[in-house]
Design a protein around this ligand. Sequence first.
Ligand code: ZN
Length: 132
Amino acid sequence: MKKFSLQTSSRTDFIKMDRQIAEAIAEMGLTEGVATIFIPHTTAGITINENADPDVTADMELVLDRVVPWSGGYRHFEGNTAAHVKASMMGSSAQVIVSGGRPQLGTWQSIYFCEFDGPRTRQVWVKGLSEQ
Ligand code: ZN
């Protein structure tokens, strides 16, 4: 398993991880198989979506804020219930097919770390499973 960290810069922040994930897969020597990318946090998630127009992730942040406002009469003492809910909406892991030693993504796809209670230093774990 490979791990890397990243620094988020605001409360909500979508960060492309394509380069770090490709490096992790190359370092583990996985050529054909599947890689799981796991986020070991309860107020951050992961998603695969459009990489060309940054307004797409900006709009996703807008929609998530509308659906799950930061203040809502929640009970959780820590005051970050919205971040917990959004983390579960995005999920804690994603899988990508690996072929030729590279993660296989669609032309318009990138893998995003989704921060919902930043800024913080966060961890990402990558585990490969070989086809052979
Ligand atoms: Zn909390």
